[in-house]
Design a protein around this ligand. Sequence first.
Ligand SMILES: Nc1ncnc2c1ncn2[C@@H]1O[C@H](COP(=O)(O)OP(=O)(O)OP(=O)(O)O)[C@@H](O)[C@H]1O
Length: 253
Amino acid sequence: MTEKKIVEIKNLTKTYGTRGFQTKVLKGIDLMIFQHDFIAIMGPSGSGKTTLLNILSTIDKPTQGSVFLDGKEISKLKNKELSKLRRDKIGFIFQDYNLLDTMTLQDNIALPLSLNGVPADTCIRRTRELAEMFGLEQHLKKYPYQLSGGQKQRGSACRAMITDPEIIFADEPTGALDSKSSRDLLDCLSAANDQGNATILMVTHDAFSASYAKDVYILNDGMMKCQLTRGKSRKDFYDRIVDMQASMGSDFS
Ligand SMILES: Nc1ncnc2c1ncn2[C@@H]1O[C@H](COP(=O)(O)OP(=O)(O)OP(=O)(O)O)[C@@H](O)[C@H]1O
């Protein structure tokens, strides 16, 4: 069965600065992301990972080339259409959770739905389903300050998924978590990808996190340098990622 194409990136370049003081950060990226993909982008510090994620998530604009999301070229969309695309088609997981302190976990998770005018009973039902999947049923009435980092990040993953977006962008989602909380989050993301409908693009420095993805792409010096695909064993995939990092030298952090 051919999966639906969610994102298509064609010859994407990004240059910062003005004439004479330009830095070419992305130098012609091509990438296709299909439904049910779980992709990790890795690369040395400064290789352009965040720049790429910002362009894909419509926060920044390409210098040249094109990005299609759900068949629409994002640089051609007007502000209103872009906001709608962001709201309906994209879920975000940030390194620092970005939950609202004055709302319970339940309300934080449901926020994208309530902003869309979805009835309260549907918001509650959908929030409970996701909270169960992410092991958060007991914590829905708590405020963020009453939650651990891992619980907050799993809550933030639920919020990213609640609108059933076409794609979830995760920027270093385990960056602030200890190893047990990282594992819990990655197990949940992996289950949402395997058993649910989630398509995930994650940027990470961490080989352990990347080994939960189905494919790992290495960005180096503004170009996609290689792709590794997971076999049956996650442990074996982790070893291959670490070997690849070692082969790329000391600037790979
Ligand atoms: N707004 C900007 N203006 C000018 N240069 C920028 C801007 N944003 C990023 N850069 C430069 O682009 C390059 C890539 O930055 P980017 O943040 O995408 O890298 P990264 O791979 O995400 O790095 P890290 O892993 O350290 O977060 C860096 O050299 C950075 O200094």
